[in-house]
Design a protein around this ligand. Structure first.
Ligand code: NAD
Length: 476
């Protein structure tokens, strides 16, 4: 069995305990992971805190920090196939997706490398002739970065990139589900030449590891991606250290199709928008809101495309939908489908787990037009399940789209420019994609509101989140 180590203070080591990681394609153990507990977490935070104060990092110029990030980006690109292979092996995410995603993980590090020496302070024109006043932008300190399992390398990059560009140090906690890619990534951080303790990578479980980390007195900022319930625990824990938080949580994103849309292109976007990553994506377009006049035609297209999807082993380049990450998610999908059918939803396709080894669940579509209160329309869960509702008017489409406690992403498909603008104004979500879905770029901020959290990842604003200002008054 392959064995992985944690990375603390520039050293690779065994942790207080170990646990076995399961291969989602077979359901069997394939690797032994280090399980960080309180002592490991404390050691990692102390290492990060010491590195934050040490001159090797504290006095390093922003340009030099940027160069280290460029080196890291190059190493990620050079090791892309191995990182993608490990992510596929440990999480079941198909190789086609992990390979594509790793390319833009490197781009995120490049973007923040270039940004490191562009994080500027400001001069303030105070109304006193004998006073010079300015703002310095300084790094906040030790950052606790916590990620879920579904896109670990990417979700780590959107935290590490801006945090390191700003001059912070980081303790990154990989998810206990599929931590292999981040533990391997730690070797690239080491090779890139960051001073010891600037980046520390460990993994472990929520209460024994994540909670200890986020409530640690030497943590200044918590960058968390995960579910709303965990976020609540973290925010309560941060009452101890009063750390600032950025929370990237779940979504129940509407995918709105008007009768004037290019239905073929909308159907392709909807299929990848919900079934990519087997639906295990926070921005999955899980609620189809479709004009009643085209509902039957659109659902027929989706059914044909969903049934043609190639389901198979995640390490096969031909596979389009792989297994879910855990057995618990298969059970969750089954449970929510059963409750939604009982509430009046109609099954269009899929709906039952596939026989045999592994956590396979087929692309599933539910027509909830007669069941507006079906749980599949309101409860966030990770699975390849699309829930459709129809509308008669633009106002009704907007009401349905906004009828959610989440506010992360949305998609609008229409050929009317003026309608697109009205929808853009009316939708309450952090992202609106028009006639496209799931496009990302390091330059464009990403995040939501409501139960989807707060704060933004990507773009310049994310780097500023890892800084605080110091007002300087100088009598001349
Ligand atoms: P989760 O909240 O169960 O776990 C996320 C991370 O938090 C894991 O590393 C876990 O070990 C850790 N954790 C658990 N309890 C903790 C505690 N008490 N204190 C500190 N850390 C703790 O989420 P999950 O099931 O792994 O991932 C799925 C969730 O993540 C979904 O809700 C999904 O929408 C969300 N997500 C959001 C985004 C986004 O960018 N908005 C992206 C991906 C996933």
């Amino acid at each position: 069995m392959q064995e992985f180590e944690q990375y603390i203070g520039g050293d690779f080591s065994k942790a207080s305990a170990n646990f076995e990681s399961l291969d989602p394609a077979s359901g069997t153990a394939w690797a032994l992971m280090p399980e960080a507990r309180e002592a490991d977490v404390n050691a990692a935070v102390e290492a990060a805190h010491a590195a934050f104060l040490a001159p090797e990092w504290a006095d390093m110029t922003a340009t030099a920090r940027g160069k280290l990030l460029y080196r890291l980006a190059d190493l990620v690109a050079e090791n892309a196939s191995e990182l993608a292979r490990l992510e596929t092996r440990d999480t079941g995410k198909i190789i086609r997706e992990t390979s594509a995603q790793i390319a833009y993980v490197a781009e995120y590090y490049r973007y923040y490398a270039g940004l490191a020496d562009k994080i500027e302070g400001a001069h303030l024109p105070i109304d006193k002739p004998d006073m010079e006043v300015w703002l310095r932008r300084e790094p906040v300190g030790v950052v606790a970065a916590i990620v879920p399992w579904n896109s670990q390398l990417f979700l780590a990059a959107v935290k590490l990139g801006p945090a390191l560009a700003a001059g912070c140090t980081v303790v990154l906690k990989a998810s206990e589900e599929g931590p292999a890619p981040l533990l391997a990534f730690a070797r690239l951080v080491h090779e890139a030449g960051f001073p010891a303790g600037v980046v520390n990578v460990l993994t472990g479980f929520g209460p024994r590891c994540g909670a200890v980390l986020t409530s640690h007195p030497k943590v200044a900022h918590i960058a968390f991606t995960g579910g709303p319930d965990t976020a609540r625990h973290i925010v309560r824990g941060s009452a101890e250290n009063l750390a600032s938080t950025s929370l990237e949580l779940g979504g129940k994103s509407p995918f709105i199709v008007f009768e004037d849309a290019d239905l073929e292109s909308a159907a392709n976007a909807q299929v990848s928008g919900i079934f990519a990553a087997s639906g295990q994506s926070c921005v999955a377009g899980s609620r189809l809101v479709v004009a009643a006049s085209v509902k039957e035609a659109f659902l027929a297209k989706l059914k044909a495309k969903a049934e043609a999807v190639i389901i198979g082993a995640p390490d096969n380049m031909a596979t389009e939908v792989g297994p879910l990450c855990t057995a618990a998610q298969v059970a969750c999908a089954e449970d929510i489908i059963a409750r939604s059918l009982a509430a009046g939803a109609k099954l269009v396709t899929g709906g039952t787990r596939l026989e045999g080894a592994g956590h396979y669940f087929p692309p599933t579509i539910l027509d909830c037009s007669a069941a507006p209160d079906a749980p599949c329309l309101t409860e966030e869960f990770f699975g390849p399940v699309l829930s459709a509702v129809s509308f008669e008017s633009e106002a009704e489409a907007l009401d349905i789209a906004n009828d959610t406690a989440f506010g992360l992403a949305s998609g609008v498909f229409t050929t009317s420019l003026t309608r697109a603008h009205r929808m853009i104004r009316g939708i309450r979500a952090g992202i609106v994609w028009v006639n496209t879905y799931r496009a990302v770029s390091p330059i464009a901020p990403f995040g939501g509101h409501g139960l989807s959290g707060h704060g933004r990842e990507g773009g310049l604003a994310a780097a500023l989140d890892y800084t605080r200002t110091k007002a300087v008054w100088l009598r001349t």
